[in-house]
Design a binder for this molecule. Sequence first.
Ligand code: EPU
Length: 431
Amino acid sequence: MILRGGKPLIGEVSLRGAKNALPKIMVAALLTNEKCTLRNVARIVDVTIVSDLIRALGGEVQELEDGVLEICAANLRPMERGTLKEFSGKSRIPILTCGPLLARFGAAPVPSLGGCRIGTRPVDFHIRALQDLGATLEDSAHDAHLRCERLLGTKIRLDYPSVGATEQVILAAVCAEGVTELSNAAMEPEIMDLIMVLQKMGSIISVDVDRVITIVGVRKLHGFDHTALPDRLEAASWACAAIATQGRIFVRNAKQFHMMTFLNRYRQIGGEYRVTNEGIEFWRAEEKLRSTALETDVHPGFTTDYQQPFVIALTQAEGISIVHETVYEQRFGYVDALNRMGAKIQLYRECLGGLKCRFGQRNYRHSAVIVGPTPLRGAEIEIPDLRAGFSYVIAALAAQGDSTLTNTGLIERGYENLVPKLCALGAEILE
Ligand code: EPU
């Protein structure tokens, strides 16, 4: 993609279902033989991968109309070695099929995982939780399998409020015998959406404010009809694009409730927004943005997926900003290319923030000091991961001159219709 920068992005974009909710809701459909209808489905690569995975497992996925999928797992079969091999490495979703496959067949292979390369991203919490629920792990030189007669409810405490491990426990425990109490759980809006789906299916799940989720296992789950929540991470990405390019973007379907932490920070650095029933409009309130110091955290903290687009905006802020990344140890890999574009960002191994995080003593460059404002200039950049990819697009559009971005396919994993949306906002795409 060749982008010409220097023009504000002005206009409207529309959101559909969240990338970090849709695939998990699709996995929930594997827990029943009944038909499930999922609405507000975005055309993104991660949805395609999970559709293909469900079909490879004998399930049916049909697009009834644009944005509406019908999933039926009545003829589901156990995961074969070939299927596992085909989908391992493509995304992080296959690991979440372990619970449903254990519930239905008493066996589930453990896939190796793909997804963005932003840290080591192990799955130890997932496996340990499934073992706590009664599954046994058979680990050979070629593969690893989980097996069980029936999962049994238990008390599980996560070492860290991992999104995926929380979803893993919920998806496994809904069909377990007895009650499961999960503490130190993640509470992201996308997880709440998954819980709402499971409640529609017949499960009994309660959420306490102190990160405790209690799941009462049931024998049988039904189909669902659900409209997925909109993608707050995409909304925040466009919001950052608006202030970085000095534009004004109305994000249709963006929901204030899901984004309150982001909106507070946005206003603090000089962004402004107007919330309506239809969405949120974003723009720069003052000519100069203000610097800030922040730490990424699990929800309701400042979500790590907001970090990269926000840093692009901070390169245009007056003064010194500090961003301490506490969720992933290697989520600043994209900074070198930004510095080549003229940004002044230095990375540190120390925890530069109030919170001492898990990475402080482990030699990871996980704190960033951003000196601004720095005019950006066009560059040639290879995209390393999804959020960094979108952030480079913003940086390229805020820069003077042309930028060439390669590996743009990665952005399509999570951003629907990127090019048409950019064109609608007046971006100059030369190729
Ligand atoms: N972790 C472990 N062991 C585990 C699981 C997680 O140590 O078994 C650690 C991770 O290494 C990481 C932290 O816990 O340091 C949090 O990871 P988490 O499990 O929450 O991440 P995830 O479920 O793999 C999802 C999103 C990510 C998002 C994170 C955090 C999906 C498909 N992915 O990943 O989204 O950053 O939660 O909110 O839902 C993105 O959208 O760009 C993206 C990377």
